[in-house]
Design a protein around this ligand. Sequence first.
Ligand SMILES: [Ca+2]
Length: 380
Amino acid sequence: MTASTRKKSLIIALIIVASLLFNIIPSLGAVVLPSDYQGLTFTDSTIPIVFADGPATPPLGTGSLTATIAGAGQRVRFYEEYGTFDGSFNLTGGLDTNTFTLSYSTYTDPTATNTNSWYANIYLLLDSSFPATHVFAGPIPNCFRLDFVPADNPADGTWRTYTLTGTSPVYALAGCFGSPGTLTTWSAFFTTPPISGLVNNPRVTAVALNIGDSASTYVGYVGAFDNLEINGTVYDFELTPPVAIPEVEAPAVASPPVTGCIYKRAPGFEMSNQPDNTYCTSLIQDGAIVAYPGAIPENLIRAGVIRAVDIFRLEGGRSIATFPDYAQACLLGDGRFIYMDATQAPRQQVEMPTTLTEISGSTYTCAWIPNPGTVILINK
Ligand SMILES: [Ca+2]
């Protein structure tokens, strides 16, 4: 095998390892970002859609979707549709109401004067085959909207999760119109359906989530939304993308013995294949900040930093932001390895493919990095 084919093989092997790592990292489902709503459609929202880091510690990731309802008629609303209709309004797909699940988490800010929680409109067809004998004109007798309106979330700055169950009160709106509808429960609606002759494989066709409405009943609400689950699909609302596996060229060298990092030796940190003029300094050690508070992004701090080290290179007093070849950086502990490349401004957070290595009887998490920068080990 020539050096060139060996290098190519290593590159392919790393890509495979990276893709495997990417796939085996437990998936939390869809990450909803300001730039990617993951198929959710924001509609009828009369105030800006605002994603934020926090507030407090959201149930998933570090961010959430927020809302401040300052006046009557203000709302944030988004939905997902299920199934498709053919030309005769026969439904294909939709979600089985027998196995349908819905839950989400909300947060009400201590400054809020309104503690209403986010509510869901669940649209369904009682008869998914929709025979021609049924009139399809608004209001549509076959269409029902069941409004799931959870208990208020107290304004105490606490995230709470609300789950639709069989005994959850729902407001049934015949024809999918009108308000407030007939109060029943999710189970009772199907065991004693309002139009018994029309029930045939009832299916959910859409779910819409809301805070605020066309009236003034939500004025004073200040809070946030996260951790939406619909039928097993989890939506994590985030301001910024979570760290991702990078597309990097593989190291073309075998791992030499770990030699550490000269100058200020950082405890719990080892390095190899770096040029001579490489230096490092601890930023966070065993979870405690030891230098340059603020050097580590807030979202990583919240995720729980085990240790963080700044790696830099000096030549004749000049800072050099690149390495001639990949260097291996190893951090004491078992966690997710985040790398912030010094050649980028601002430095982006990238989760690296890692290997676990035993050094002096302790487990280190190692990754190959192309340039100096900041390496951070966070909790899994
Ligand atoms: Ca989140």
